[in-house]
Ligand binder design. Structure first.
Ligand code: NDP
Ligand code: 8X3
Length: 256
């Protein structure tokens, strides 16, 4: 399906998978609404895309945990673009990696507020536009951590199990409204994810991806584009993507 000129709203577009996904949709000729908390990053990405593609790009500073700001941003999008054709619920994070009894409650709140509640706010705000328009596609970034728990992943895994449940729930509510829903569930992708999880500890973050070849954000962007460009009667509901050297959430073949 040709998605040229479709309006694509991406949360968490300032880094990693969201940034690569923005570039990939721009190559398809899509207009972009790029959101994240770091405005300078999305503004610079927007300038880069505008320089290289003939598409419209609107960067909006947005913390998906801020319910009022989410609805205000969607009002702005409606005013400037009319509707949203494709929503990529990508903003998310892991914080900490400890057994539950040693976990920091603030870390749990941040993950739950971002990965679950933020995704819910954005989806609720955007869905009326898609329903009114009679079409749409919601693409959620879940994780293999939403399929299989791993030691000390506890709350992060629980948030991603929630994304999986919500993706399924949306599907049975939207299949009769011409709105497709997809969950993209990657294994280890080298992004800022581990740096954020370990609160800026560069060495610890680097070690996560050491001795094997992890996925690149572009690998995930490619799968998202594949899902978005299927013919209108085809809905890829789930995609699980692992690095070849990762067997499951705990098994990784490392060279040292
Ligand atoms: P990055 O840390 O590289 O990017 C995360 C993005 O989310 C950033 O753009 C960040 O922007 C944004 N973000 C975080 N919190 C908020 C918030 N409160 N409001 C708005 N935006 C926010 O990580 P990835 O690209 O790896 O992660 C993207 C998604 O993919 C996440 O949902 C993650 O859980 C999932 N995922 C990642 C995997 C991996 O191995 N990397 C594997 C499986 C799934 P800013 O800080 O500017 O707000
Ligand atoms: C991120 C993938 O396995 O590092 O969702 O938690 S993992």
């Amino acid at each position: 399906m040709n998605i040229k000129s479709k309006n694509v709203f991406i949360t968490g577009a300032s880094a990693g998978i969201g940034e690569a996904t923005a570039q990939a949709f721009a190559q398809q000729g899509c207009n972009l609404i790029l959101t994240a908390r770091r405005l300078e990053k999305i503004e610079s990405l927007a300038s880069d895309i505008i320089k290289n593609s003939n598409v419209e790009v609107l960067p909006i500073r947005l913390d998906v945990r801020d319910r009022k700001a989410v609805f205000k941003a969607v009002d702005t999008i409606k005013e400037k673009f009319g509707t949203v054709d494709i929503l990529v619920n990508n903003a998310g994070l892991g914080r900490g990696l400890e057994p539950l009894h040693q976990g920091e409650i603030d870390n749990w709140e941040e993950m739950i507020d971002t990965n679950i509640k933020g995704l819910l706010y954005v989806t609720k705000a955007v869905l009326p536009l898609m329903i009114e328009n009679g079409s749409g596609h919601i693409i959620n970034l879940g994780s293999v951590a939403g399929r299989e728990v791993y030691p000390n992943g506890n709350v992060y895994c629980a948030t991603k199990f929630s994304v999986f449940a919500l993706s399924k729930a949306l599907r049975i509510e939207l299949y009769d409204k011409n709105i497709r829903t997809t969950t993209i569930d990657p294994g280890m992708v080298e992004t800022e994810f581990s740096l954020v999880r370990f609160k800026g500890d560069e060495q610890r973050a680097k070690n996560v991806y050491k001795g094997f070849t992890p996925l690149k954000p572009e690998d995930i962007a490619e799968t998202i584009i594949f899902c978005a460009t299927r013919p209108p009667h085809v809905n890829i509901t789930e995609m699980v993507i692992y690095p070849t050297e990762q067997g499951n959430t705990t098994l990784v073949k490392r060279s040292n």
